[in-house]
Design a protein around this ligand. Structure first.
Ligand code: SF4
Length: 340
């Protein structure tokens, strides 16, 4: 098998919380393994606080891992030392942020940030080369005519256009992988689809890979080749998008999918059940972090943390009962086991 573009191995990030005499550790991300292939769109889905954005910041080198390693093109990020190496990596793996209103400096024309980045990274030296690059990236993200769009101030653009500027800034680096952290969550529903289509076009035309971070499983289904599901700092399921969406194995993935609104259902009717406590990620005990909400929990879930297991081609799931027949996997209370 060829080396993937990016590989995370045992990726872990803890934060110290509490006062001087009550030090605790928040386990934001624990022992996470995944890969991103060349030209692949991988969606990382989960609810707020599941660790998605911490992973984005680890990949962007905003945080250092507590343990584990990230390999980019086979090279460990922990070996990056010099300014030249840091700039090269941030060019190869830029980030697009959730809030298009704050990721562009409102005091300057939208071309300013891109021109500065091109100069800083020595991507296009000289006025003519910069103008050509601006034309290229604005064309690529559909902001045309490029000349007029690049002369505008951020307040003259719509939310969707500002997010396109965010992607143009990332493209200026000629990236290999873009980390898109909830890029459509602050946009109107009517313009989200345009940004999602833009990501697939950039993959086709520029060969860029994406890590698309979202809490919206419906949008992940729309654009991703593979889906990674996070819960309480753990990766609980991963696999090809269609397979995960149509045959979810982990009870949390099933809950996420059940929570997607069905336009055909009458108002007020939903299969989703989000009762139960949120996961305990501060000094967590052994056991499955989803057990307080899981209708299938068994005694083993209380004492043994499930590890990701291979359950089929490209499919991994971290659940003690995930392979059981749906008829057998009755809610614990029905099966005569104390329900948690
Ligand atoms: Fe976790 Fe157990 Fe539920 Fe599987 S069955 S998700 S291991 S609590």
């Amino acid at each position: 098998m060829s080396e993937p573009l990016l590989r995370a191995e045992g990726l872990t990030r803890h934060f110290k919380v509490g006062g001087l005499f009550s030090r605790k550790r928040l386990h934001a991300v624990d022992e996470v393994n995944f890969t991103i292939g060349k030209g692949e769109i991988v969606a990382l889905v989960g609810e707020s606080g599941s660790g998605k954005s911490t992973i984005a910041r680890l990949l962007a080198r905003v945080y250092k891992p507590t343990s584990g390693e990230i390999y980019f093109e086979g090279e460990p990020l922990s070996r990056i030392r010099s300014r030249k190496q840091r700039l090269a990596y941030s060019s190869d793996v830029p980030m697009v942020f959730q809030d298009p209103y704050s990721s562009i400096n409102p005091a300057y024309r939208v071309s300013h940030g891109i021109s500065r980045a091109l100069t800083l990274h020595r991507r296009a030296m000289g006025r003519k080369a910069r103008r050509n690059e601006l034309q290229r990236v604005f064309d690529a993200v559909g902001l045309v005519p490029a000349g007029a769009a690049s002369r505008k101030f951020p307040y003259e653009l719509s939310g969707g256009q500002r997010q396109r500027v965010g992607f143009a800034q990332a493209l200026a680096f000629r990236p290999k992988l873009i980390i898109a952290d909830e890029p459509v969550s602050m946009l109107d529903v009517s313009i989200r689809i345009g940004i999602l289509n833009l990501m697939t076009e950039l993959r086709e035309q520029e060969g860029v890979s994406f890590l698309y971070i979202t809490h919206d499983v419906a949008s992940a289904r729309y654009i991703a080749d593979r889906v990674l599901v996070m819960y309480g700092g753990h990766l609980v399921e991963q696999g090809p998008t269609d397979d995960v969406i149509h045959r979810p194995k982990h009870p949390y993935t099933q809950l996420l999918l059940a929570a997607v609104p069905d336009p055909r259902a009458p108002l007020g009717v939903s299969d989703a059940s989000d009762v139960g406590e949120p996961p305990k990620v501060v000094d967590p005990e052994e056991g499955c972090r989803f057990r307080a909400r899981c209708p299938y929990a068994i005694d083993r879930c209380e004492v043994e943390t499930p590890l990701l297991r291979d359950i089929g081609p490209g499919r991994l799931v971290a659940c003690h009962v995930a392979e059981a027949d749906p008829q057998e996997r009755r809610p614990a209370a029905v099966a005569g086991v104390e329900q948690r």
